[in-house]
Design a protein. Structure first.
Length: 123
């Protein structure tokens, strides 16, 4: 079932989100100041392309540095990315068939707020 949902997600917009996260990661990698956020952007690209059957957890190491990087991310990019996913999630939650996709957008909203120090795992 998760494969079917992931394929539908990918066809109906997940590929756009994944490509935009890959593009953002590439731009962050080119700049010296953006290097700490590059791995998080690539993780989010992978997760936003194929979110069903996967979860995001906190990595146990490096919490102090992650907190500082996440606060900077939250101020400059995280809040509007999360708002984007919340709006899409609310719009999808209106329809019965869109509820599983809305839940994934809400999960992406939480991750978009503070992505540094996270790890994507299979569930």
């Amino acid at each position: 079932m998760t494969t079917i949902l992931n394929v539908l997600w990918l066809i109906f917009g997940g590929w756009i989100s994944a490509l935009l996260w890959l593009f953002a990661g590439a731009i962050l990698a080119v700049t010296v100041i953006g290097l700490p956020w590059t791995p998080a952007a690539f993780r989010l690209a992978s997760f936003s392309a194929w979110p069903f059957g996967r979860s995001v957890i906190d990595k146990p190491t490096g919490q102090d540095v992650s907190l500082i990087l996440n606060i900077i991310w939250l101020v400059f990019a995280g809040w509007w990315l999360a708002l984007h996913h919340v709006v899409l999630g609310i719009a999808l939650a209106v329809t019965l068939i869109g509820i599983p996709f809305a839940l994934q957008h809400f999960k992406l909203a939480v991750i978009s707020l503070m992505p540094v120090g996270k790890e994507v795992i299979e569930v």
